[in-house]
Design a protein around this ligand. Structure first.
Ligand SMILES: [Ca+2]
Length: 532
């Protein structure tokens, strides 16, 4: 489904005429994929959230004004390494093997940069990587270890080892621009530019020290929701065992972590005896620092677009800005991500490619970031490996109706900490199961802030039954064994599962596809030690 932006009918007729004459010319477009860390869609002004007048991102917005914004793009596992693996492989975590932080992609999983490289693309990667395996399919790559540092990052890779002075987002972009301007101009290219920003603790460039200083930034409607007293065990267990509440965490809360921060990011004046005021101050601290941080992402994207424009190749280049997940900016009193709930599971995705995409388009279909790899491969004219589980978004980019057999919900699985859980999200409902609590159901139409678990309400009995059936359908379609579901003992069951798979001849590989994949070993990843 595509809704057109505010454009006159005359312009649209002209635009389609122009499209038909241009569509053939760029057979192998260049690709710039800017993958950042923990950038909430609410903090991109093109998404028009309560923050739009404060978290201003004019260059990221440009990708929407001259391209397409995706409003229902989710991640299958809302944490860094698994989400990055899903983007690279086009596979769910249980197939590509990266269930938790610092995982290793299975050897037999395809990776889209390698497929592009086979087609003759020049490929370059710089920035945060956060997977155990080395980059594959890149002619040159320079990445930081783990999270990397916000300042003076240490990079290593195909070009040796570099210590660079400066703010990481600026440094990564400097390196990307050097490569962009010195590459072989006769070949198409893939540039993967991967910022650490705006990951906690939102380090920002000095030039933004005073951005919005003294300004009170709007709060999300659920900042003071007390999840300790609610009907959702998903939220309760999450704050009990993590640090990710502004004040009421089982481990050091946001407030405790930051109450002694220094200027220019000092915690503001507040009443230390009032829980509510501490939450207020913690949120204002977070959101100021976060906005100062993302401003650096935006101004560096501007440099990239400027270089493409100066080289005369901007319209021959697919430019994507996306994040490895969404992020809570005070919703439910939380920060961080990890749960199936909105703000965490939904990720921003904006794409500019005027040879195919109508300006200011909005897509609201159910998409998952495993769709990115098949999309890029189709755009390049490559064959999509049959073991990729995602679907190409090219028909949606063209503004065509959603293809037949498109997914009816998005599968979600999370193994990374308490509570392990899994579920499905469709256009209205979010349904979640866990071995630790009874199923939960959220009706996002009547309760867009997801404050109420309605699984126990009689009037939702039919919905609950249908969503349970939908989850079972996705589990079957996506080829995850019940023994593999989060909460099961994956390590112990791995051999059993592999044996069953071999006996059955494979696993399902995605919606509308035949089960052709032979048993891959899942649960192969190393359990990470990093906590974020
Ligand atoms: Ca992340």
């Amino acid at each position: 489904m595509v809704m057109k932006g505010n454009r006159s009918a005359g312009f649209i007729v002209y635009f389609y005429a122009a499209l038909s004459s241009m569509a053939i010319s760029a057979e192998q477009p260049n690709m710039v994929v800017v993958l950042v860390d923990d950038h909430a869609y609410e903090a991109i002004s093109a998404y028009e959230s309560h923050l739009k007048d404060y978290a201003q991102t004019p260059t990221i917005d440009r990708l929407f004004h001259e391209g397409m914004r995706f409003d229902n793009m989710t991640v299958p596992n809302s944490i860094c390494s698994p989400s990055r693996a899903a983007i690279l492989t086009g596979q769910f975590s249980h197939v590509n093997g990266v269930l938790r932080l610092n995982g290793r992609i299975n050897e037999d999983s395809p990776q889209y940069p390698a497929e592009l490289q086979k087609l003759g693309y020049q490929t370059f990667l710089v920035g945060k990587w956060h997977l155990e395996n080395s980059p594959k399919g890149y002619d040159k790559h320079m990445t930081v270890k783990g999270q990397g540092a916000y300042f003076d990052p240490q990079l290593s890779g195909s070009e040796g080892s570099w210590k660079r002075e400066g703010y990481s987002t600026d440094v990564y972009t400097d390196i990307a621009l050097d490569w962009l301007e010195s590459r072989d101009r006769k070949k198409p290219f893939l540039l993967s530019l991967q910022f650490k920003a705006p990951h906690h603790d939102y380090g920002h460039a000095e030039r933004y020290n005073n951005l919005l200083a003294g300004v009170t930034i709007p709060e999300p409607p659920t900042l003071y929701e007390d999840v300790r007293r609610e009907d959702s065990n998903l939220k309760k267990l999450f704050i009990r065992d993590s640090a990710f509440h502004m004040l009421h965490s089982g481990r050091r809360s946001y407030y405790e972590r930051h109450q002694n921060d220094q200027v220019p990011d000092a915690m503001g004046q507040h009443d230390a005896k009032s829980d509510r005021d501490r939450i207020r101050a913690a949120y204002q601290h977070q959101i100021h620092k976060y906005i100062r941080c993302i401003r650096g992402n935006d101004d560096n994207l501007k440099r990239v677009l400027g270089s493409l424009e100066a080289q005369g190749i901007l319209d021959d280049t697919v430019v994507i800005y996306t994040s490895d997940q969404g992020y809570w900016l005070g919703q439910h009193g939380l920060y961080d991500k990890r749960l199936i709930l909105e703000s965490s599971v939904r990720t921003p995705f904006l794409i500019r490619y005027p040879r195919m995409i109508m300006p200011a388009s909005v897509n609201a279909d159910l998409t998952i970031n495993i769709d990115v790899a098949p999309t890029l491969l189709e755009l390049a004219g490559a064959e999509i490996p049959p073991t990729m589980q995602g679907r190409s978004l090219v028909p949606l980019l063209k503004g065509e109706p959603v293809p037949p057999n498109w997914r009816t919900s998005q599968l979600y699985t999370y193994w990374g900490g308490t509570p392990k859980h899994y579920g499905v999200r469709d256009k209205r409902f979010t349904y979640v199961e866990s071995d630790l609590f009874s199923a939960e159901l959220f009706d996002r139409k009547l309760d867009p802030q997801q404050q109420h678990n309605v699984a126990g309400n009689l009037e939702y009995a039919t919905v609950l039954r249908d969503m349970k059936a939908e989850l079972r359908k996705q589990i079957e379609n996506c080829g995850i064994g019940v023994e593999e579901l989060p909460g099961a003992n994956v390590e112990a069951d791995r051999k059993v599962i592999a044996g069953q798979r071999a006996a059955k001849g494979g696993r399902g590989v995605g919606e509308g596809k035949e089960a052709t994949k032979t048993a891959g070993e899942s649960g192969k990843e190393r359990v990470g030690t990093s906590r974020e």
